[in-house]
Design a protein around this ligand. Structure first.
Ligand code: UD1
Length: 434
């Protein structure tokens, strides 16, 4: 099993270029099957989640070609319309975003049969808001044998949908199902994340009529057909945020390129507040820090609030900062599982329900760690880079789902990290870096 071996203590310095947004890419790749024409999508991050979804899209009969490592061509015209539109393989069950095939296939073919979504174990993660939206559009759904969900409709008719909870996935899925529906759909209390806007922009470039994405009311006027397009995905807000926090935690100085600074405002504000310096340029940010950082309080919220996907990385940093910090996790109820791992490194964190009370320590000591999920895994890498001595991180398959060339990018910044596959490789690396 692959794992990371990390020797901590180096300040990270230099430049890193951020990949396309994973969570936007997942919505956009699924959306491409809504037309029979070819869509060329650029800046697709080369991570496990996008590759798994592309394989599932290909299995529906669509033609999928990699033009280069980050550019994909998808042509939905080769999908056979019928009752066989099943999306199921052992990999798709492990990711969350397979559910976008429900909205996309339902929108186009009025039928979809998709394996129930998996993804990181960070809470209950129901899909009731997705199915409620499909129902309001005129579809029926049922869970069938083998852990799959079937949605179908004779006609999809535009409607008014109020979302009880702000949900990124449900907002995107309902947009996918509604763009070809008859008449007008309104989504109220919609999510406003940058990737919602990106998926809407992609659909509009295919000829859809979506207004208001990025606000909490999205209005969709159904069109008869969509056409092919060429589109470039926005940079990944969370990958950028992860490197920003990594620079701050290691007392580094890193220029983070290919970002949209506006998307990073909540993260920049917190980093400035704890004593790091964030300088914004047009499409990059520099993060510098020296000396010990200070404590703060953080509450995760839907965009433009502080992202839940950055909560573990910030916690790792606050646990090394002076004073007492409080983190309130208001999106997912099971997002503190990394705390156990950090305690092995000497962190002092007390979790009570959805709140973590963090008492900053002077330093971490290296330890053998297990990544509990994608973002917590990245957070443990930051902890290990800031620690004294060697750490190992197992179960990095989670991290590989969402970060492109994570260890390579860290090495280029002077971090001492290696992905190893066996004991011999680990010993060789440990001897090499001393
Ligand atoms: C997406 C992101 C994930 C991020 C999360 C919040 C993808 C593939 N994943 O996940 O990285 O952490 O947004 O920014 O884009 N909920 C319901 N019923 C539903 C759907 C959601 O109650 O039908 C609840 C969830 O339990 C959670 C909240 O709504 O408490 C937000 O979840 P949601 O925004 O849907 O997250 P995901 O789309 O799963």
């Amino acid at each position: 099993m692959e794992k990371y071996v990390i020797k901590g203590g180096n300040r990270l310095e230099g430049e890193v270029t951020i990949a396309g947004a994973k969570n936007a890419a997942l919505g956009i790749l699924a959306a491409a099957v809504l037309t029979d024409e070819e869509c060329i999508i650029e800046n697709v991050p080369s991570v496990k989640d996008t590759r798994v979804l592309l394989a599932a899209i290909e299995n529906t009969g669509a033609t999928v070609k990699y033009i280069d490592n980050h550019t994909v061509s998808i042509c939905g015209g080769t999908i056979q319309n019928g009752q066989e539109l099943t999306v199921d393989d052992e990999n798709i069950r492990k990711i969350r975003a397979g559910y976008y095939m429900l909205g996309a296939l339902l929108g186009k073919y009025h039928y979809a049969n998709v394996a129930l979504p998996g993804g990181c174990d960070i809470g209950a993660r129901p899909i009731d808001l997705h199915t409620k939206g499909f129902e309001l559009l005129g579809a029926q759904w049922e869970i069938v044998k083998g852990g799959k969900i079937v949605v179908q409709a004779d006609r999809l008719i535009g409607t008014h949908i109020y979302m009880d909870t702000v949900s990124v996935g449900a907002t995107i899925n309902i947009m996918l199902a509604a763009v070809l529906a008859e008449g007008k759909t309104t989504i109220e209390n919609a999510a406003k994340e940058p990737h919602i806007v990106d998926v809407a922009n992609f659909l509009n470039s295919m000829g859809a009529n979506i207004k208001g994405a990025g606000t909490d009311v999205i209005r969709i006027r159904g069109v008869e057909r969509l056409k092919g397009t060429e589109y470039s995905i926005i940079p990944d807000q969370i990958e950028a945020g992860t490197f920003m926090v990594m620079a701050a935690a290691t007392g580094g100085n890193v220029l983070i390129k290919n970002v949209i600074p506006k998307h990073l405002e909540a993260i920049s504000a917190k980093l400035n507040e704890i004593g790091a310096h964030v300088i914004e340029y047009d499409d990059s940010v520099r993060v510098m820090s020296d000396g010990r950082l200070k404590s703060t309080h953080i509450k995760t919220l839907p965009y433009p609030g502080f992202p839940t996907d950055m909560q573990p990385q910030m916690a790792v940093t606050l646990a090394l900062s002076e004073g007492t910090s409080v983190i309130t996790e208001s999106i997912f109820e099971n997002r503190f599982r990394y705390v156990r791992e950090l305690e092995h490194m000497g962190a002092r964190i007390r979790v009570d329900g959805n709140t973590a009370m963090i008492t900053g320590v002077e330093s971490y000591k290296g330890a053998n760690l297990i990544a509990p999920d994608l973002r917590a895994g990245a957070a443990l890498v930051i902890a290990a880079l800031s620690a004294d001595g060697f750490s190992t991180i197992e179960d990095i398959r989670y991290i590989l789902r969402g970060y492109e060339d994570f260890d390579g990018k860290i090495r280029a910044l002077g971090g001492i990290i290696e992905m190893v596959d066996n004991e011999r490789e680990e010993q060789k690396f440990r001897l090499k870096v001393g």
